[in-house]
Design a protein. Sequence first.
Length: 326
Amino acid sequence: MATNNLPAAPVIWLLTDNKPGHRNQLEGLGNRLRVKAGASLYWVNAQDVSVPLWRALLAIPPALDKALPHPDLVIAAGTGTHKLLLSLRRLKNTKTLVLMKPGFPRTWVDGAIIPAHDEVAQNQKTLITQGVINTVTPLAKITDKPEALMLLGGPSPHFDWEDDVVFGQITHLIGEYPQWRWTISGSRRTPTALKARLGELAGPRITVADPDDTHEDWLNHRVAASRAIWVTPDSMSMVCEAATSGVPTGLLQLQERAGSRVASGVQRLVETGYVARWSDYATVMGGKTGQETPLWEANRAAQWVIQRWLTPSTGTMQKGQKRSNT
């Protein structure tokens, strides 16, 4: 039976190098495209596909799983996916999109989504985002319970990390707000010595979580149960996830390193009111933020993609309509 009024769902390939940060960006954008455009998502592990440089340069696709439907859009994140992406760029009726600043000319693909801290000028084919895309969905309602979450990173090229400074700020907040319940989580980069000191804080109103012992949805559940979030600024993805949730978010204070693009990106989020400085901790704990709307860049990016390529007037959806009538 013909379905003249119903275009087929757009088919999107997500090319991954399986690095958690890159996969998180693909999943965040893909989820919104599925919700907003009814897209069908297909993951392709670039590590499983051998692509010689000549195929990438000449745009000649390698052999892929024949079960994969022809894509309307191919999205790639991570340098390990770029040769495969470039080899696919001349597939008929297929658009190609790269996340993050690529190591090849952007004119080689149909579009790019790049965070502002990579300092790339926006143009017709490029969307600049505040921070990095993630899988977090803003909460419809923030809890009234006095519960706070602390997320700690560790030494990085972007900030001078000092255990004593971080620990001192943590204990200061706990002391200033004794009626609150606190959940503190380190990460794989958190120094062992600091983790040991944090463990000594555990008690009836302080939970210290080991990220190796938490389940996949632990962070989302803790964010949803929190009225305030505190994060160290060394991880842009962690800062953006907290800001996207809509929960008032503050940054523990670390000394920025000169010339760091990540530090500049974090500072931009402070200036635009999505997160607060350590000196404004009373504002965060009071439930106030500088922005009325959360930082939901996955949703904004999905809308940009839809308007460019996945609306009925675009070639890909016209192809979809023909496909649905066969």
